[in-house]
Ligand binder design. Sequence first.
Ligand SMILES: C[S@@+](CC[C@H](N)C(=O)[O-])C[C@H]1O[C@@H](n2cnc3c(N)ncnc32)[C@H](O)[C@@H]1O
Length: 277
Amino acid sequence: MSTVKLQSPGALAPDSNSHTSSRVVVCRDDEITPGGIDLIGLSEGLALPLVDCTGDIDADWMLCVIDGRLMIRWAHPSDGSGPVCATLGPVGGRRFAGLYRHQPLAKAIGRPVTTVVDATAGLGQDSFLIASYGPRVIAMERSPIIAALLSDGLRRSREQHATTARIVGRIEVQQIDAQLALPLLRPPPDVVYIDPMFPPKRRQSALAKKEIRTLRALVGDDTDAHPLLEIARAVARRRVVVKRPDHAPPLAPNPTVSHKGKLVRYDVYVTKGAAVK
Ligand SMILES: C[S@@+](CC[C@H](N)C(=O)[O-])C[C@H]1O[C@@H](n2cnc3c(N)ncnc32)[C@H](O)[C@@H]1O
């Protein structure tokens, strides 16, 4: 059985930081729906075994189709962590993009902006928000498994409400390491957005969101966020925006300006003499 180097599913427990090899399988789905997910292609593309997941599974993680959605789930759940998928769309029942324009993230991205690279796309929620402000978004994600979940989320969102479909139509997913891809982009993007895996608080009062716990368990902490920021600052035409937890210091000293949200902060690094708006 081929394996992918991942963190232990035990890392789903808060504050755990163990790095071990975990195995991921793709679950065979007998109900093939036309236009649905090509599980054979997925297992070949990700070099993961395609297995029957009805009995005991000799793996740690399963990629499976539930209600037409590609989801990842821990094969032996014991902490209540359910399956996770990428969901791109309006949050909190809001339907129209204009409602997001006064958010701290929108202020941090600035205007006018044509192209934004989301260099740490994850499950794409921030890519969706940024695309809702108007620019084209190149969503870079280096984990092939997370990128597959994100691509599936985009596919489903295109079939939703016309406004949602129009927004996700501006998002392009690239499964690639942004450190390698950013310097090669022509033309360079106006803005690079970076949301590295947050450093965990020493004591967490509540479990982190299910999606973030799963991402951390799958890909670990982004310990190379500093070099990514330096590359982004050399490439972005206008600015680099870094999302940080409110308790964390800036990734690099002296951001030009910071926009505070409820629990997070967006540190803006203006590049090459561009004016802050
Ligand atoms: C905290 S998550 C981002 C969550 C995302 N903002 C969202 O809204 O879902 C960080 C993600 O960035 C990815 N990542 C980290 N460094 C990267 C790099 N250099 N290139 C591409 N992806 C990267 C990780 O694999 C992980 O999926």
